[in-house]
Design a protein around this ligand. Sequence first.
Ligand code: ASP
Length: 591
Amino acid sequence: MKGFHNRKTGMFIRRTMRVPQMLCGMIVALLVTDVSLAIEPRQGTLVVVGGGQLTDEIVGRFVELAGGQAARLVVIPTASSDSGLPDADAVARLWRERGIRNTILLHTRDREQANEAAFVAPLRSATAVWISGGQQSRLAAAYVGTKVQSELQALLKRGGVIGGTSAGAAIQSGVMIESGNPVPRISRGLDLLPNSIIDQHFLRRDRANRLLSAVSQYPGHAGLGVDESTALVVQGRHATVIGNSFVVVVSESQAGKPLRLRTLRHGNEFELGTSQPNRPKQVKWAIGIHGGAGTVSKDASPETVQTWRNGLRAALEKGKSIVEAGGTSLDAVEATIRILEDNPLFNAGKGAVFNSAGGHELDSSIMDGRTLDGGAVAGVTTVKNPISLARRVMDKTRHVLLAGQGAEQFATEQKVDRVENAYFSTERRREIWNRVRQRESVKPVSRVSTARPWQYGTVGCVALDSHGNLAAGTSTGGLNNKKFGRVGDSPILGAGTYADNETCAVSATGTGEQFIRHTVTAQISQLMRHRSWTLKQSAEYVLHERLNKGDGGVIAVDLHGNIEWVYTSPGMFRAAASSDGRFDIRIRDEE
Ligand code: ASP
């Protein structure tokens, strides 16, 4: 039987009642209580329509839930362009044809007005709201965070119904897909259906990838892909599909678990996840560093271990102070790596390993996740801080990578600090070089080696700044006893270094040839983008499934500030800090 049940009066109003009877019923109801407080269902209902043709069934269900002829409907047309805005009479006529007699048009683009009591007054007495289609960004710009939003939430609380189609559906999410496919642009919606990300025109416009991507970026949120001429009717956590096509439900993303899809059709019912809001970790800033794959020997003295820790700490503190003060991730990455380059413990700048000719050739790169621009230098021999020269390649030239003599000449033009090649030598590195040379003269290293011919110490830094920008940088002396002229992965964007604001920033360390062959840092970013995996899943897959055990590791941070380190080498020098109070320095495996 069609109708609605007034809990307070106990009256059930049939849609078949004639108007005079109906009005009598309403008057009684009004005498007893405010009718808007009494309409079933108690917790309110959302009618989420995927756009396209509104079927009679969908309209009928909305009208029924709104209270039929007794409904007091507010129509919000703000998703339309100015030229497409309907006039109040036309809207009233349309809804009268659909069975609702009392309709008010509510529209503004002025957020101040959206906060005025007089403006939102119709929402206070409404039993139902209909949000029509267009662009959800227009709705968000006018109403998110205003009194309109709180009145809509209050309407639901007192048992009202809110329906919307297309943009009017998308805006019902808190994490709202504003545009973009397959990479969604996310902004905030009205958050009427917590922990869900709604997408509309879903099959018709092939939007599966963008919804998967959005869900994987926002742990704790389920994806609801509603196709055209189809609606999801949600009461509490209970959802029912009506209409002509399908609703695709993407399960909440949980660390380590793949996303699941369910395709539902007319009549299917399901319970939306019951998990509590589990917003993605949204730190303001985050920074991670590595000092190379490898670790100190088991019998190293506590003082030796402490020296390494101090080296990592000094660098991390520098980078942290920059992002903490609102500085950019690029500046933090450069400054942090300069400190590591100046520390003779690490295989970058002072303390770099020896090549087969007994000299030092240094590689470095830096990448800006905001613009995907980058700069790199390879095989430089007299540049004290190669990371700063790499930065200048990015900032001052139209190129990405300068090598050898050309890079040296550019260093002269840029007047960066220069040193004799011998400046980079340390006794410790010379001893290791002699040992490795001897070993390699007896048993040459194979092409795809798991023999770990590298000696730890390459340095890298990844950072997310408070402006939401990611950056990554890496600097190295390369592999011990490398062939003269050999270039590793560290100055190759996509191999040793990568940053993309929409995914992550990564810096690698280990057998460079392997990282180049597998485009390791770019691959991690692309798994996040195209498979919608988390940073951890992506990095673990590449390090454990694509590379050989012992090839090395990465340090990475994603767009939410999650810092991950994954390595298959025996240990990795690494440290991380973030605005949620984390300050973590690790050297050995077991920590
Ligand atoms: N990846 C560097 C290279 O192959 C070495 C290292 O990370 O230690 O040049």
